[in-house]
Design a protein around this ligand. Structure first.
Ligand SMILES: NC(=O)c1ccc[n+]([C@@H]2O[C@H](COP(=O)([O-])OP(=O)(O)OC[C@H]3O[C@@H](n4cnc5c(N)ncnc54)[C@H](O)[C@@H]3O)[C@@H](O)[C@H]2O)c1
Length: 254
């Protein structure tokens, strides 16, 4: 049976992860390749992307690691050129890179604020700026931005929450702008999944509180986020654009 992303070419940013852990970018890249996509694994740490590339190869999939810092426009241009140069087209861009600066506003330095917005928002603008013309050339595509339910409930993460609010507004506006180009633009707002990004140094009590914050009482993983990403980037979602899908075990309804 053909995979759900058969024949498609995808870029996943932040496709590495810490050590052997499986973060959202790595899980998305691995599931995309399992579904038949050829995937450019973009990370500013090449060694992290290469771990993901090995996972894809073990599954029999096709991927290439690519070192780039997505806060730099020349790197974003180069990653799109590489995907198109190697595979002849670009169908999917997953803007997954994001960092969380844990500061309340009176405590934040201007440089930290600017870094938060540059990594989480500007990176998506720059990557999309260069991906969209390539997608239009191929007849359309799908862009998926990784947000967070923190946009809806700040709780000590004001800079991060603000950046993710911007990601969601950007998603809706780009969906409107590029619908007639055949480009769908959606976002996933992950809840408190247990991933390497948050796991470092997390006490068991906090991990348990995160599980209990869900309506389902279940701990989520990066694979839950990746499963939703496959759907939103596949042709099954051909009539879905401009949405922000919470994947959070029901935290928002609890
Ligand atoms: N883990 C959670 O519970 C959770 C919850 C909500 C949202 N998110 C979102 O998920 C996304 C990332 O998740 P993840 O699990 O893949 O994180 P991760 O920390 O496992 O991986 C992120 C990767 O991005 C790379 N990276 C960082 N800055 C970069 C840059 N400027 N250019 C290129 N690569 C860069 C890192 O090297 C790393 O390999 C973020 O947008 C984050 O806000 C996560």
């Amino acid at each position: 049976m053909a995979g759900r992303l058969q024949g498609k070419v995808a870029i996943v940013t932040g496709a590495g992860s810490r050590d052997d852990g499986v973060g959202n970018g790595r899980a998305i890249a691995v599931l995309f390749a399992r579904e038949g996509a050829r995937v450019l694994l973009v990370d500013r740490r090449l060694s992290a992307a290469e771990v993901t590339a090995r996972m894809v190869a073990e599954d029999g999939g096709e991927a290439e690691s690519f070192e780039a810092d997505v806060t730099r426009e020349d790197h974003c241009r180069a990653m799109v050129s590489r995907a198109v140069g190697r595979w002849g087209r670009l169908d999917i861009l997953v803007n997954n890179v994001g960092i969380g600066i844990r500061r309340r506003i009176p405590d934040i330095a201007l440089e930290e604020w600017e870094l938060q917005m540059r990594v989480n928002v500007t990176s998506m603008v720059l990557a999309s700026k260069h991906a969209i013309p390539a997608m239009i050339h191929g007849g359309g595509g799908a862009i998926l931005n990784i947000s967070s339910i923190a946009s809806l409930r700040g709780r000590g993460l004001a800079p991060y929450a603000a950046s993710k609010g911007a990601v969601e507004a950007l998603t809706r506006a780009m969906a409107a702008d590029h619908g007639r180009d055949g480009i769908r633009v959606n976002a996933i707002a992950p809840g408190p999944a247990y991933t390497p990004m948050v796991a470092a140094g997390m006490p068991d009590s906090v991990r348990e509180a995160r599980r209990k914050s869900t309506a389902l009482g279940l701990e989520g993983t990066a694979w839950d986020i990746a499963a939703a990403a496959v759907y939103l980037c596949s042709d099954e979602a051909r009539w879905v654009t401009g949405v922000v899908l919470p994947v959070d075990g029901g935290v928002l309804v609890n």
